[in-house]
Each structure stands twice: as structure tokens, then as C-alpha cells.
Design a protein around this ligand. Structure first.
Ligand SMILES: *Cc1c(COP(=O)(O)O)cnc(C)c1O
Length: 233
């Protein structure tokens, strides 16, 4: 059943790509497996998923050794600086870099290990009080500063859009983030490493793909409902 749900979401991503004149392979579907057990993740893996997202360091570290080694783990939740040590080197991408201080910690830890860590800047594109992230007008300055850190590589931008009843309601939010993304790429602030735009969840991923997302993060739509709502803060 989970295999089918995964395939159905993937098909909807592909269809949204075609509607927007984009190639389906441009968009990575990240299966958000937070709160779900390893057995369920295994089923989705069997359907072909290789990218999985978790929002808690502890939970990610517990599941990772139980699952196939070719899974690409994405840290998508708010990251406390005191957890950086545990997560650097374990994930392919940290989506949720929301302060310069956090970026500095990632820099320090990556330097210690002699690695380069890929990150996204989290942008609070709708200026919600309840959300982490840089405001749209702060992102460029942050990217300039983080761009000087030799062991951190900015791969793009991420946002958690407002919870809405219909995905269409977030189109403007996605469009604004896409504009910023293109603008930052044009100015070459990132030295050409920015290729990812992580936006869209179960309720609005099709709109996000139409507006330029290269990564969508879908939990409920693949794994079913969670007990608690654990999004953003
Ligand atoms: C939980 C979560 C998601 C997935 O949410 P769904 O609505 O279940 O698809 C995506 N992104 C982040 C950052 C999350 O915490």
C-alpha cells in the first residue's frame, strides 16, 4: 500500500512538471519519514524512493543504521547548534540553516572533519511569526556571509509555506521564493552552487513544482497521517 502511495505521489509530481513544461527528473521527491518506523521506510524504499527526510537528529541517527546504505538522508527540521556535531557527515543536505550562527557551527564541525557540507538557507517567505528562517530581504546578505565559509556549500533555498486548505493559496509564496532564488543565482552570490529550491509538502507540492521547486518534501501523502503535527517550530 505504501508503495502505491509513493508511486501515486511521484506520478503527480511528474504530471505537475509536464504541465509546467519541466522535465520530471528535475524534481527530487523527498519522502518525509519522521515519526514513522523503519519497516515503513523500507516499503517506500522498495517502491524506488532513495531520498528520505527527517526533522529530528536523534530519530534520524536511530533509523539510519537499520536501513539500506544508499539512502540519501535529508535533515529538514530546525537544527540546534549543539546537535550539529552529531549530524554533519551523516546527511546529504541540511535544508534548515536559519541563522548565521548555525552556519558557523556547521563550518567548524565540517572543517574539523575535512569535509564540505551542503546546506540550504531556510527562508520564512510568508513572514510567519511561528516559523524559523531568514526573511526574503535577509537571505542575500546571509548567503554572502555563508559563502565565505570554505567548508559550507550553499546549494539553494528552502521554505515551509503556511498551512493552507488549498495548495493554490501558496502560489504567491512559492513564486516569491523562486524570484529570490533566480535573483541570487544571477548575481552569482553562490559561486554557481545554487541549484536547489526545496518547497512544497503534501498539501501544496503540485503548486510548488509548477512554480519551480526542485525538491518537494512529502510526508502524509506517502506515509499517512502522523499523531502530532510537527512542522516548523
Ligand atoms: C513534516 C514536514 C514536511 C512534510 O509534511 P506533510 O504535510 O506531511 O507532507 C515537510 N517539510 C518539513 C520541514 C516538515 O517538518
Amino acid at each position: 500500500m505504501l508503495e502505491e502511495q509513493y508511486r501515486e505521489i511521484r506520478e503527480r509530481v511528474d504530471a505537475a512538471c509536464l504541465r509546467a513544461g519541466r522535465k520530471p527528473e528535475e524534481v527530487t521527491l523527498i519522502a518525509v519519514s519522521k515519526t514513522k518506523p523503519a519497516e515503513m521506510i523500507q516499503q517506500v524504499y522498495h517502491a524506488g524512493a532513495r531520498d528520505f527526510g527527517e526533522n529530528r537528529v536523534q530519530e534520524l541517527l536511530e533509523k539510519e543504521p537499520l536501513l539500506p546504505g544508499d539512502i540519501r538522508w535529508h535533515m529538514i527540521g530546525h537544527l540546534q547548534t549543539n546537535k550539529v556535531r552529531q549530524i554533519v557527515g551523516k546527511v546529504c543536505l541540511i535544508h534548515s540553516v536559519d541563522t548565521l550562527h548555525l552556519a558557523e557551527e556547521i563550518q567548524k564541525e565540517s572543517e574539523k572533519r575535512g569535509i564540505c557540507t551542503d546546506i540550504l538557507l531556510e527562508v520564512n517567505a510568508a513572514r510567519e511569526e511561528s516559523k524559523y528562517g531568514f526573511f526574503l530581504e535577509e537571505a542575500e546578505e546571509a548567503a554572502v556571509r555563508i559563502g565565505q565559509m570554505p567548508n559550507v556549500r550553499i546549494r539553494g533555498l528552502m521554505t515551509i509555506a503556511p498551512l493552507v486548505r488549498c495548495g493554490e493559496e501558496n502560489r504567491e509564496v512559492f513564486r516569491n521564493l523562486y524570484k529570490l532564488y533566480v535573483d541570487m543565482k544571477t548575481k552569482n552570490i553562490d559561486n554557481g552552487t545554487m541549484t536547489e529550491l526545496s518547497m512544497g509538502m503534501t498539501g501544496d507540492f503540485e503548486t510548488a513544482v509548477e512554480e519551480g521547486a526542485t525538491m518537494v518534501r512529502v510526508g502524509t501523502g506517502i506515509f499517512g497521517a502522523r499523531q502530532k503535527r510537527e512542522i516548523g517550530k
